[in-house]
Design a protein around this ligand. Sequence first.
Ligand code: ADP
Ligand code: MG
Length: 396
Amino acid sequence: MSRVVLAGAGDDLRAAVVAAVDGDVQVLPPGRLPADPARLFELLTDGELPDVLVIGPHAALQEAFALTARLDVQCPGVSVVVFADPTPETWQAAMRAGVRDLLAPTADVGEIHAAVERAGSAAAGRRRVLRPVEETARYTGRVITIASPKGGVGKTTVASNLAVGLTETAPQSTVLVDLDVQFGDVASALGLVPEYTLPDAVHGPANEDTMVLKTFLTQHPSGLYAVCGAESPAAGDTVTGADVTRLLTSLAREFRYVVVDTAPGLSEQTLAALDRATDVVMLSSMDVPGVRGLRKELDVLRELCMIPAGRHVVMNMADPKGGLSVRDVETAIGTGVDVVVPRSPAVPASTNQGVPILAGGRRDPAAKELRRLVARFAATPIVRPSRYRAKHRAAS
Ligand SMILES: Nc1ncnc2c1ncn2[C@@H]1O[C@H](COP(=O)(O)OP(=O)(O)O)[C@@H](O)[C@H]1O
Ligand SMILES: [Mg+2]
């Protein structure tokens, strides 16, 4: 029998549904219907996706259809049956939302049983169709970690623009993860008000199932997905390196690109993100303290064999009047510089508006260089880190 969850039901209906499915049903507490799939999962005791969600007449029809429409997109393996007067108008709205069946409030146990059976086999059918696609599409996508020894050098700016740019090259392909666990500001950079944040994505039901995890992401109008930073430093501190590894592994199965913004320096979470990365974007401001810090961080990462195969060095806030040339920087850090983003007043303006400069479609010298960075990823294949590391170790 299918896993059935019942919401919005009074005592009579509850008894009828329990009888119709031989007691195999989780009844949600009375009250408002959860507004979205993630809230629904929070209420489930076993944290597993149901096959069939039955919504009784105590729930407002608008809310039932709104939840169904979100489940239809985010969790197509769940069928929804709604109790409502089956008028033509209601049928039409139900169909548009993706409701599998409507039952009259007067339906008897036999009719409920038949409807739940039909909905359950439809759910199983959809899952069978979806699964092979999911499995072949298990990308193990590219994990791109943005890191720098110092704060205020443009990590969040580069990460959010890179993520928006990659989304443009392949819609729904990219997720941006805010691993500046204490003071993350990805949400602000993207103008998002997240309902769920990093701790929700690594603890609880999202941790068990990638389909559930997807419902805990925040969507940006561009089609980019985001795991926004914790609400407080204390909440952020509950996220461990092991949590980060698990999260990035799950996301890489679902997304072609996982872009990771980090806190300054080499925290436990940043090291975990570097360890899981196929690519690192090492960032520095174009000044002597920034470049010195970058040199030290590169040295440490080399010693730890933690520089992934894809290594990209980006100098930000470059200013011809600053007195440092790209060649000076390359000599100081002992490696090439790949992209130089000039200082531009349009960048802080875009940060303050919560619209990444690449999303605003502006012509600007900084936007042009950020697009060059995007092109490095959109155009090149992945080099697997394991091979590189083996080579790296053999050489050292
Ligand atoms: N190329 C640039 N030109 C001018 N200002 C920039 C540039 N890159 C970043 N900024 C600004 O610098 C500030 C810090 O950037 P941010 O991305 O938050 O740094 P981090 O994440 O490294 O702390 C922001 O106000 C941002 O708009
Ligand atoms: Mg930042």
